[in-house]
Every structure is written in C-alpha cells, then in structure tokens.
Design a protein around this ligand. Structure first.
Ligand code: NZQ
Ligand code: ZN
Length: 392
C-alpha cells in the first residue's frame, strides 16, 4: 500500500425528507445569502425547489436562484452564475440536482472569488479559494456530492474538462433516496454504470497488497449488481434506492481508492464522447469501459481473474486464466446490456469516422497517458474501435 492523505470533510445527511432541513445546514455552514442552482426542470416539477426555498426562509437564509443546468454542464451558464453571485453578494452555493448541477455549482463557487476567467481553473491552474457549496442530491451517479471534482463543458468546441481540489468538496450533502424515485429507468442505469466505473478506475491498479480497498471496491460492485436490477424493475423500492445512493458516494469520495495507483483512462476517453455527442456520461462509460478492459487485460490477467471470480461469480480456469478474465469482462458487458445500457458506438449515436477527432481532442499527441497500462494514441484508437464493434 502507498502512503496517502484522505480528507473528506463533507457532512452527509441521509434519509427520508431530510431535504426539509437544508436551510438549517446552510445556516450551520455560515450561509447568509444562497444561490439555489438547479437543472432543466425535474426539481421544479417535483416541488423540491419550493421545499428548499421554504426551508431556507425558515432558517432565516436569503436566496436567489439560477436554473437551467444541462447534463454535461456548460461554461456559459457558469459565467451567468458568477455574475449573479457577485451582484447579489452570494456567500454560499446550494446545488439541487445531480452531478451536472453540482459541478456547475462548484464552478460558480470557484469562479466567483477568482480574479480572472474561471476556465483557467479547468485548464490546469490550481484552485486557491472557493465559496462553500452544499448539495441536495437527486440522482445517484457522479458522486460529486462527496468528491472534490467538477467537470464542465466549454461550449465553444464542446471541450469537456475537469478541475479538482478539497476546497470544492461540499460542506454538506443531503441524500434522500426517495428523491431518486422519479428518475427514468435509463437515467438510473446510467448512474449505476458511472458508480461501477468509479470503482473499476480504482480497482485496476499496479499497486500490490491493497486488500482492504480491493474488498471495499468489491462490496460496492456486488451491491450495484444486486440492487440495480431491483430498482429498474421496481423504481419505488426505497431500500434498493438507498443502497445505491450511498454506494454512489462511497464509490467516489476516494475511500475505496486510497493507498493505490488509479487508472481513470476510461473516464478520459469517455469524456471526449459525451463532450462531442452530448450523451449521458454513464452511457458513454458503458460503451468504453468494457472495450478498455478488453484492450488492457493482458497487462495483468490475474487481476481481471480476481474481478471475474469475486465480483461476477466466474469459475477460475487455472489452465486458461485468460478465458476467466474474458468471461468476467463478458459478464460485465452482459450486465450493462441487461440494465438497458448501450454497448457500442451505433447504440450511443457515435460515429466510427469521428475516432481521429476524438483521439485528437484527448490531446495525447505523441506521448502516453499513465494508469494501469500506459496508453498511446494507437491504444486509444484501438479502444474506440473495439467500442465500435462491441456486441453481446
Ligand atoms: O435537469 P433535470 O430536469 O433535473 O434532469 C436531469 C438530467 O436530465 C435528470 N434528473 C436528475 N435527477 C432527477 C432527474 N430526473 C427525474 N428525477 C430526478 N430525481 O437526470 C439527467 C441527468 O442528470 P445529471 O446531473 O447530468 O447526471 P449525473 O449525476 O450523472 O451527472 C453527470 C455529470 O457529472 C460528471 C459527468 O461528466 C457529467 O457531466 N461527473 C462528475 C464527477 C465529479 N464531479 O466528481 C465525476 C464523474 O465521473 C463525472 O465525470
Ligand atoms: Zn464518472
């Protein structure tokens, strides 16, 4: 196991109707005037935004609002949010929604107190300060409710880039599984795929002797394999929703990733797809992640056998370990198909002829991307090609 620091100061407030307490928590973390930031309509339609406003008023916290965050959140709305925060003297950003809303809120929080174009902070400049952020989560997926990351798409060129710092980990996150019951099955499945991908990005490592995080990773994956089909079949199953919601947080606040080298190439390769085609991040991962696995498994066949046997219940074939590894990858893709995810370019709406553009946008040039296995531009091209051809 490698040395590590783990700092995860978010206060999680979990359970039925806990969103009614958001005013109390905003006040606890010093909010005097809040920007309520939300998406394209679901939180308004469900009455959640009205409940949030009532709770803030009850706690004596002033507010203004900005809706309209799109999935794959855009820089253009972030600029609007920064403007509002500066004009209105906002001192706290409250995200009410999913990963896109939370990431847009984080961008506004750092942009408001940054003396320059906030995009600098998504182009490698370190984040030095931020307004505090809180969240009321409505979809289990990105894990942004517990992470120090934010991903924004620059509309000009549809360039999707991330920024990260413990300064943008939310001060509090309210997780009421009931709020996720209005999600369409497809969005639920996209979220489940993203949660599993966050674990796999950490599971495939070259660090040895990390049994504790291996086992934590496997626990999250086994939970997702059990609970996802249950909520797809029965969207109102509170207990299954609750397990998935907490799994989404555990998968990405890095408790399952400490002390080990991590990969993140599937995410990098996927972000170009959701950037270019504006598709759901989870759906893009369903297409990319098994293709990445097929490309890299020979780098450490036994690690893939561990996944196959411990997570997907395969029998170990000691005479032909590669067959076990491939069976595990097959079962992962089969699972994704069974929960309604696309598994190849055509099903996602992506085009094979765009592969050179995707590779070029990734900016790999003549270098490599580190991780479980170093990838050069040819490797990435081959992963996209495998994703074109994938079938079950
Ligand atoms: O806008 P509304 O109307 O709310 O609709 C949303 C949106 O269309 C809908 N939705 C959310 N909660 C709902 C609901 N519909 C009905 N009932 C509810 N309770 O779901 C759609 C997707 O929402 P979105 O926020 O985009 O989903 P998700 O949480 O998957 O976030 C995806 C974004 O997070 C980024 C992704 O790249 C993508 O941009 N990521 C952020 C990470 C982070 N900050 O740590 C890590 C991830 O790897 C990921 O990259
Ligand atoms: Zn993700």
């Amino acid at each position: 196991m490698e040395n590590f620091e783990f700092y995860s100061p978010t206060e999680f407030v979990f359970g039925k109707r806990r969103e009614l307490e958001c005013g109390k928590y905003a006040a606890k973390y010093g909010a005097k005037k809040v920007l309520i930031h939300y998406g394209g309509g679901s939180a308004v339609k469900s009455g959640l935004i009205d409940k949030v406003k009532a709770s803030l008023t009850e706690a004596g916290v002033e507010f203004c609002e900005l809706g309209g965050v799109q999935p794959n959140p855009r820089d253009t709305l972030v600029y609007k949010g920064i403007d509002i925060c500066r004009k209105e003297g906002v001192d706290f950003v409250l995200a009410v929604g999913g990963g896109s809303v939370i990431d847009s809120s984080k961008a506004i929080a750092i942009g408001t107190v940054y003396d320059g174009d906030f995009w600098d902070l998504y182009s490698g400049k370190p984040i030095e300060k931020a307004l505090p952020v809180g969240t009321v989560l409505t979809i289990a997926a990105a894990g942004s409710e517990g992470s120090g990351d934010s991903v924004i798409t620059k509309e000009d060129g549809m360039l999707k880039r991330g920024a990260g710092s413990d300064l943008i980990r939310p001060r509090f996150s309210i997780l009421d599984p009931e709020l996720t019951q209005t999600l369409p099955a497809y969005q639920t499945a996209c979220g489940a795929t993203d949660i599993m991908a966050h674990v796999f990005e950490r599971y495939f490592t070259n660090t040895r002797e990390v049994e504790i995080t291996d086992r934590l990773c496997e626990a999250v994956l086994l939970t997702m394999i059990k609970e996802t089909p249950r909520v797809i079949k029965d969207p109102d199953n509170y207990d299954a929703r609750a397990n998935i919601m907490w799994a989404g947080m555990v998968a990405h606040n890095n408790i399952v990733g400490v002390g080990r080298q991590q990969d993140w190439n599937s995410h990098g390769i996927e972000h170009e797809l959701s950037g270019l085609y504006d598709v759901a991040h989870g759906a893009g991962l369903a297409v990319i992640m098994p293709a990445w696995m097929e490309h890299v498994y020979k780098h450490n066949v036994m690690r893939f056998c561990q996944m196959a046997t411990r997570v997907f219940g395969c029998q170990m074939n000691f005479e032909d370990p590669e067959a076990t590894a491939l069976e595990g990858i097959y079962r992962f893709r089969r699972f994704l198909r069974d929960i309604g995810m696309p598994i190849n370019f055509a099903e996602l709406g992506a085009k094979e002829e765009d592969i050179p553009t995707l590779v070029q946008k990734l900016g790999i040039g003549s270098g490599t991307r580190g991780g479980f296995m170093e990838l050069n531009a040819d490797d990435v091209t081959e992963i996209y090609r495998k994703a074109v051809r994938a079938e079950i």
